[in-house]
Ligand binder design. Sequence first.
Ligand code: FAD
Length: 423
Amino acid sequence: MAQKTDVIVIGGGLAGLMAAVTAARAGRSTLLLERGEAFGGHAQTQDWKGFQLNLGGHALYKGPGYALLRELDLLPEGAEPKPRGRTLREGRLDLLPAGPLSMLATGLLGWREKGAFLSLMAGLPRVDLQEAAGLTCRQWLERHVSDPRLRQLLGALLRTNAYEGDLSRLRASTPLRRLLDSQKGVFYIHGGWARLVARLAGAAEAAGAVLKRGQAAAGLETLGGGHRVRMGSGETFEASEVILALPPAETLKLLPTPAAARLRAVLGDPRPVTVSCLDLCLSRLPDHSVNLGLGIDEPVFMVVQSEVARLAPEGAALVHLVRYHEGRPGEEPAAMRAHMEAFMDRLQPGWREVLLHARFLPSIQAASVLDEPGRQRPVSEDLGAPGLHLAGDWVGEVGWLADVSLVSGHRAGLAAAALAACA
Ligand SMILES: Cc1cc2nc3c(=O)[nH]c(=O)nc-3n(C[C@H](O)[C@H](O)[C@H](O)COP(=O)(O)OP(=O)(O)OC[C@H]3O[C@@H](n4cnc5c(N)ncnc54)[C@H](O)[C@@H]3O)c2cc1C
């Protein structure tokens, strides 16, 4: 006998958890099914002897996801960094121009370039994002930034904000919006993103939702007036509304054939955004004057979030390095790791002597679908299947990365709750 609820959410990452909180808070009986043994998906945090390792460096931008978490009273505690950054170009270290003083002092730019960079950054809020949505980053930079060194610097900032190295494919409006959000500030979560996951899961349960782990959905059938979810174990659950908060490939596998065909037509042939991550647990930070490193002519980034967020034992440091891919890993994992280590040698000489633990992720998916001009992100209505809803980092028009997951999860939760009330 199938168990019945108003809303079933499949997938317990940020999108699914946000959908479950929303539907349960709206008064609908809600069941969430997560395949893994832990909730959180890509937002999980692993503990290594008191170091809280997110899956690569994670920062919550003060964008739409942050605003939503605040509005719903779901924002965990955290801290905002004060960047003390360096840039690396042609092997030379310079101050990252992140404020008036570092701008005056940096040798990265000449005086004329500094003036041009300042006016470029001041003009960001007035950038025509509609025009930028139709251009790749490379096209936008060629059209709007004439100085080649400024173009290179801005390109490095866009790449870092989007987690994508291929500027000839990435839609310009995506990292430009994020760069604007980053000017409002970014937020590192104390204890790692697992705290955000726990906050969402706790809020969903407090509102009456039932959250189950170790439950892989294996099939989805449409019944008269509802849907049945079949688990790998053979168990079944029924609901009038089902939210699929899954990566695109999993979603396509579960959807009934006509809805899957419609979704495939909108998705086309998407390519994911992947990066390599090197996370370093150090007994101390060799040089406290540097907490951020930006490769200008190489696609690498370093950040020490433990300088402000509680992510490491007292006195110790947690450092994240990211190597952006350009559509493909391109190099052997060992070569990419050596590249990141060499970057670290320049920014934090002596780090090898204080290394306690290193975790290398050669290729991890940071976003399910690369945002490209001409590519439309799907919405639930594209399925043409009443009662089925989509959520995830590839759904809907708002934001990038976790912003998309949180906003699409919230929207799906609201829609499912409203429809379940009429069922
Ligand atoms: C290295 C790295 C760095 C990042 N940095 C940032 C950052 O700085 N800022 C930012 O905003 N975002 C960042 N992100 C992105 C952010 O982590 C993701 O956008 C977000 O966690 C995705 O959440 P989601 O719920 O959409 O998908 P997922 O996390 O993929 O969740 C999907 C869930 O569905 C479950 N599932 C799959 N199949 C089934 C099934 N058949 N049945 C049941 N459950 C199933 C999975 O186990 C998973 O838990 C980063 C990601 C990575 C990898």
